[in-house]
Design a protein around this ligand. Structure first.
Ligand code: PAF
Length: 291
């Protein structure tokens, strides 16, 4: 596996691949890789002949500076995992390469950088609690897609809102790439794999799967009733109380329409339940599709 830092080198490599008739998949990450990322890589290998993984801890998507400073940086470990898993290129750009500052505006930092925003969908659920987060995500993903110009790009369904936003951005900007969502990979006890799980203490780790259990419980309640007769708001309320009882502090627990994340009503069929909680100092998110 080659590790590339410079955008022109990466573009040359992709151009050479294209000349040889290869197809290209991109798996964007922020590193601290776990099995969920490696499943994305495995899926990418089924769908394209060359796979690029990017590792970039994107400052624009962190609404909390200390969260950015503390984010685990495990490049050597990550590099080895990707190498063993047959990735073709690891792309590790410098911040200055991805966010080139116009000199007269440099003192404004990222605030002066061009951004890509999907209004509305970026401001609800996680976006309500992490202002600016999704604008950072869509901006960096748009840059990576533009630099690499892959045929497909893969994202985990654990970040369901992020996946929907990226699909919407690609559609609205006519970007010639197929976005593929990959089902959430879980630990044996149901906890969704996440780079942030390493923040959990031993005791918190034991309790963390309550989030998935309570999501599944709500799912069963809704599936058992016919949709039309189900009081979604009452189920959300009860689930928040259950989370509280388990010592997980919920930010939101919400039954939404899967297509656009609007609040679900009795007439809606394709639904998803999404939740975000704090467990100690760790923020966990998860979701389940209904039915
Ligand atoms: O899901 C992530 O790891 C990040 O949000 C992404 C998509 C790599 C953008 O920085």
């Amino acid at each position: 596996m080659e590790t590339l830092h410079a955008i022109p080198r990466l573009r040359d490599t992709v151009r050479n691949w294209r000349e040889q008739g290869e197809s290209v998949a991109l798996v964007p990450t922020m590193g601290n890789l776990h099995n969920g990322h490696l499943v994305l890589v495995g899926e990418a290998q089924k769908l394209a002949t060359k796979v690029v993984v990017s590792i970039f801890i994107n400052p624009m998507q962190f609404n909390d500076k200390s969260d950015f400073a503390d984010y685990p940086r495990t490049l050597e470990d990550d590099r080895q995992k990707l190498d063993v898993n047959g990735v073709d290129v690891l792309f590790v750009p410098e911040q200055a390469a991805l966010y080139p500052m116009a000199v007269p505006m440099a003192h404004l930092g990222l605030d002066s950088a061009t951004r890509v925003e999907v209004p509305g969908l970026s401001d609800i659920l996680c976006g309500e609690f992490r202002p600016g987060h999704f604008t950072g995500v869509t901006t960096i993903v748009a840059k990576l897609l533009n630099i690499i110009q892959p045929d497909i790009a893969l994202f985990g369904e654990k970040d369901f809102q992020q996946l929907l936003l990226i699909m919407r951005m690609v559609h609205d900007l006519h970007l010639p790439v197929k976005i593929v969502g990959v089902p959430t990979v879980r630990e044996a006890d149901g906890l969704a794999m996440s780079s942030r799980n390493t923040y959990l203490s031993a005791d918190e780790r034991v309790r963390a799967n309550k989030l998935y259990q309570i999501l599944c419980h709500a799912n069963e309640q809704i599936t058992r009733n016919s949709h039309g007769t189900c009081d979604f708001r009452a189920i959300e309320h009860k689930s928040m109380a259950l989370l509280d009882n388990e010592g997980l502090r919920p930010e939101y627990f919400s039954v939404r329409r899967a297509s656009d994340l609007a609040l679900a009503g009795p007439e809606d069929q394709d639904l998803v339940i999404l939740a975000a909680v704090w467990l100690g100092k760790t923020r966990l998110i998860d979701n389940v599709r209904i039915g």
